[in-house]
Design a protein around this ligand. Structure first.
Ligand code: URA
Length: 298
């Protein structure tokens, strides 16, 4: 006889799974990410730009390995479980200059270039996620932003409105952006996948591999100086390495000519507000790279 789970217990279990997933510690309910496939995609693209999509060629993607650029080891951020300010590592002066991507789009042409990507996506049916979506969530913000945030995938509110980060997590992201002294319209926001995964589950590797070339093209058009990866899924598919967030936070990664910083996903911060202090330390690294000062209070 099939056993049924008490809905309250099921919700509590799912909440706990999401908590561990957002910490990047463990993923109970999905197959492991095939990093070989990610690397192969990137290498194919380097050898033959545009080969992995049928759309117009994109700037040569650059991952650390394919560009043969080694990031210097930087000290990890000190943990502050006891509430101390985390030490922000001093940026290594020998940090290599970002590799130059091809096809730098002049700022005045970036809005049109993003629109062209949107048109390439069309009424997408490339992966199974299209079956449950209402709206494709392409991305939002300034085509010439110096700062870009990348999340995991749309939730219910985003799916309804066609805009990224407009639900509760989005409100927290807005507050994070404001704390950095910026307006939401000044940054660019996108996700690893553009259609809502059912029940807000983590995107499957096939879904992320199918969709992320469009994200990479958006990044190559906007050419933000700094990208903030929000959570483990964004960090995994951007960096092509799957590690607990603790191993990726607190330092600057080189990615496609941008500086990439990893922090917690706002949805995780809503569930565990104690980690906001850690996230603020990550955002301060981004601010330092951008030469921003936090606005004075009051
Ligand atoms: N969570 C995400 O990762 N992206 C969104 O757009 C909204 C919530």
């Amino acid at each position: 006889m099939p056993r049924t789970l008490d809905p309250a217990l099921r919700d509590a279990l799912q909440e706990r799974l999401r908590f561990y997933r957002d910490l990047g510690l463990i993923e109970f309910y999905r197959r492991p990410v095939d990093l070989t496939a990610i690397r192969e995609t990137v290498q194919d693209e380097s050898a033959n730009p545009g080969a992995t999509t049928s759309e117009t060629p994109v700037a040569t993607p650059v991952l650390d390995e394919s560009a043969n650029v080694k990031e210097p080891e930087m000290p990890p951020t000190q943990t502050n479980f006891f509430g101390e300010e985390p030490a922000i590592p001093v940026r290594n002066k020998a940090f290599p200059a970002p590799p130059q991507a091809l096809n730098i789009i002049p700022p005045a042409e970036r809005a049109a270039a993003l629109q062209a990507i949107r048109e390439d996506i069309g009424d997408c049916t490339r992966c199974a996620l299209h079956q449950g979506r209402n709206k494709i969530v392409f991305g939002d913000g300034s085509p010439t932003a110096r700062l870009m945030f990348v999340g995991e995938g749309p939730g219910a509110d985003e799916d309804a409105q066609g805009l990224p980060f407009v639900g509760r997590a989005g409100q927290l992201l807005n507050n994070m952006i404001a704390a950095m002294g910026l307006k939401r319209e000044e940054v660019y926001i996108a996700n690893v996948v553009k259609c809502r995964p059912p029940g807000n589950r983590t995107p499957e590797p096939e879904e992320a591999h199918t969709c992320s070339p469009f994200l990479f093209r958006q990044i190559d058009v906007v050419r933000p100086q700094v990208i903030v990866a929000l959570g483990a899924t964004a960090a995994t598919y951007l960096l092509g390495q799957r590690q607990p967030l603790a191993g990726l936070r607190g330092r600057v990664h080189a990615f496609r000519g941008s500086q990439l910083i990893v922090t917690y996903h706002p949805a995780f911060l809503l569930r565990d507000p104690r980690q906001k202090k850690e996230a603020w330390a990550d955002l301060q690294i981004a601010m330092r790279e951008l030469g921003l000062k936090a606005p004075s209070k009051g």
